[in-house]
Write a new protein. Sequence first.
Length: 212
Amino acid sequence: MAENPVEMVYRFGNGIYLNITNRCPNLCVFCIKTKWQMDFHGHNLNLEGAEPSAQEVICALEKEFSRAPFEQVVFCGYGEPTMRLDVLLEVGRYLQQIRRTGKYPPFTIRLNTNGLGNLINGRNIVPELRKVLDRINVSVNAENAQVWQKIVRPHAPYRDGYPAVLDFLKQCVAARFDKVVASCVENTGADPQKVKQTAESCGAEFYLRSAL
């Protein structure tokens, strides 16, 4: 584990990233949180089970806003953000309020997710997400259920979750977010061209990303 203090809010590129949980229903073959010992470019993202409250995230954000300009705020750490939907929504509402003040240059609010949020929460959460987010990136990662199971290695309750991921993607497109992107990690066993076709058939953009 990295020796530097744990971070619930960290910088990368032009964005501020929110690390609200380390929990995830998948154990993807390409996941770097174990390879990098929960360290991301010098940022210690190991919450060690001490998940931050919404207010703690907001306080950390307020300090971060005083630093260099940023273009986006992204819910993305070493876990699945929709596993803490209440925190995600509360922080999202705060970000919407801050943006309306015009105190900072315009910025987008994005969620990076594995697409299992509806299964995790037992309901369609897309309408709630639409109220606080501008963009959603969904890690589809496979062209069919069999390949998906091999690559993302879902925990038992989510083993048959691939159709739910595609349904979530379609729901997001229907909700008319500013941008909906379906991604696939290269060199994992998936066929990127077929995943691209799947993404576009759902109405989403496609992004092929490296495994880092």
